[in-house]
Write a protein that binds this ligand. Structure first.
Ligand SMILES: *[C@@H]1O[C@H](CO)[C@@H](O)[C@H](O)[C@H]1NC(C)=O
Ligand SMILES: *[C@@H]1O[C@H](CO)[C@@H](O)[C@H](O)[C@H]1NC(C)=O
Ligand SMILES: *[C@@H]1O[C@H](CO)[C@@H](O)[C@H](O)[C@H]1NC(C)=O
Ligand SMILES: *[C@@H]1O[C@H](CO)[C@@H](O)[C@H](O)[C@H]1NC(C)=O
Ligand SMILES: *[C@@H]1O[C@H](CO)[C@@H](O)[C@H](O)[C@H]1NC(C)=O
Ligand SMILES: *[C@@H]1O[C@H](CO)[C@@H](O)[C@H](O)[C@H]1NC(C)=O
Ligand SMILES: *[C@@H]1O[C@H](CO)[C@@H](O)[C@H](O)[C@H]1NC(C)=O
Length: 347
């Protein structure tokens, strides 16, 4: 009994690894280092993060506490989750041919050609060493753009979309121990920036430019067989904020300070505003997309990229709010800042 169960498990593991197209850089090193999956940093410290966030302002001093180059070519990093103190999971896009503008014409609802590429999920250790790189899409797949990601203590949630507005996407949840994705939903729009509200078992996603947010009700049946048609979102709301187009969000919880409303914490940028780029982080009501608190972030990477350009995660360490950014494409460096306590007279 034991032996046959084991060999069946091995066959399964082998076939998914084959289908998965994983490149292992550190042999024998587990993707998650602890025997059980650790809780997500954001959601396990919800009330504390909300309390700290509401002391931030424009004059907050962000102290750089860690700068770690991540090994290897990363393409365009899009989202990031820390799983335990010693692992970073990064969603990234490898673009093999560019999308080309239709020059003002709308064809099939969109404004550019499909381009081509691959969606990746890359695992790094806490020294920036690459552990593994899973390619989540097959050659020729149109939905190769992997957006912002979330981790709920069990799975990583991701959206793989066409790299152009108003198109299509499929949603996956990924076992962080195997990097095996399960497709459970198809959607008739571009989606990214997913978060999983574990209390309501709903997902929230953002479309192109984070202009609209969609709500999706999960149910266990979705995970038993691949989706056939498109699923309709439970609800779609227009994002009322035009300051920072959120790129990567984490589910926070239902904080007491906001009467138990579901909240996420998001990071993003707006490019080409007065010929420059601005960015920031925000606490956002997941149902309405209303930012209930927001602060601008002005730090740039050594290569000149605003740090909120791409992936983001959050933590509280030694009673200080910590933010994690991975802004640059290709050769990416992790920047970790902690917020120093404000003087009460600074704004
Ligand atoms: C749009 O214009 C650019 C610049 O003239 C050109 O390179 C591109 O091929 C055009 N797009 C299409 C789909 O023809
Ligand atoms: C538009 O959609 C139709 C029907 O799916 C397809 O045949 C056509 O190739 C598409 N056009 C472009 C430019 O992608
Ligand atoms: C999206 O594309 C569909 C056709 O695929 C079109 O009917 C719809 O108007 C488009 N929506 C927007 C917001 O452009
Ligand atoms: C594996 O992924 C790489 C891109 O990372 C791609 O070039 C290659 O064709 C993929 N192999 C298979 C068998 O899908
Ligand atoms: C946002 O959603 C509304 C309502 O569904 C829709 O009318 C609008 O076209 C959407 N806008 C974008 C940019 O997707
Ligand atoms: C942005 O730059 C362009 C080209 O240099 C210039 O024509 C335009 O006035 C600038 N816009 C603003 C708001 O500064
Ligand atoms: C990345 O770093 C390597 C080694 O320093 C360098 O050879 C390469 O040109 C860099 N790539 C990019 C895209 O900056």
């Amino acid at each position: 009994m034991r032996a046959s169960t084991l060999s069946a498990a091995l066959v399964l593991a082998a076939s998914s690894a084959h289908a998965l197209n994983i490149t292992i850089t550190q042999k024998g090193v587990p993707f998650v280092s602890s025997p059980t999956n650790p809780p997500p940093f954001a959601a396990s410290q919800c009330d504390k993060i909300v309390e700290k966030f509401n002391t931030l302002g424009r004059s907050t001093v962000w102290n750089l506490v860690q700068k770690t180059p991540f090994q290897g070519e990363l393409g365009e990093p899009e989202g990031m989750v820390r799983i335990g103190e010693d692992r970073y999971f990064v969603s990234a896009g490898e673009y093999t041919s560019k999308t080309v503008s239709y020059n003002g014409t709308i064809i099939n609802g969109t404004d550019r050609t499909a381009g081509s590429g691959f969606a990746h999920l890359v695992v790094f250790d806490n020294k920036g060493g690459r552990i593994a790189d899973a390619t989540l899409t097959a050659p020729g797949d149109l939905e190769y753009h992997n957006g912002g990601i979330d981790y709920d203590g069990e799975y990583i949630w991701a959206t793989l979309a066409q790299y152009r507005p108003n198109t299509t996407a499929h949603f996956v949840r990924i076992n962080p121990r195997t990097l095996e994705p399960t497709t459970f939903l198809r959607a008739a729009d571009h989606h990214g920036g997913v978060v999983h509200d574990t209390k309501t078992d709903r997902l929230y996603t953002l479309n192109w430019g984070a202009r609209n947010a969609s709500t999706w009700q999960l149910n266990s049946k979705m995970f038993t067989q691949p989706p056939t048609g498109f699923t309709k979102p439970l609800n779609v709301v227009r994002n009322p904020s035009y300051y920072a187009d959120y790129q990567d969000c984490k589910f926070l919880g239902h904080p007491k300070a906001y009467n138990g409303r579901g909240m996420m914490i998001c990071s993003g940028v707006t490019t080409n505003i007065f010929n420059s780029t601005i960015g920031g982080i925000a606490l956002v009501d997941e149902e309405t997309m209303v930012p209930v608190a927001e602060v601008p972030i002005t730090m740039k990477s050594d290569l000149g990229t605003l740090v909120t350009m791409n992936p983001f995660d959050v933590d509280v360490v030694n009673d200080r709010l910590r933010v994690y950014f991975l802004p640059d494409q290709h050769n990416s460096t992790l920047y970790v800042y902690e917020a120093l306590p404000n003087s009460p007279y600074e704004y």
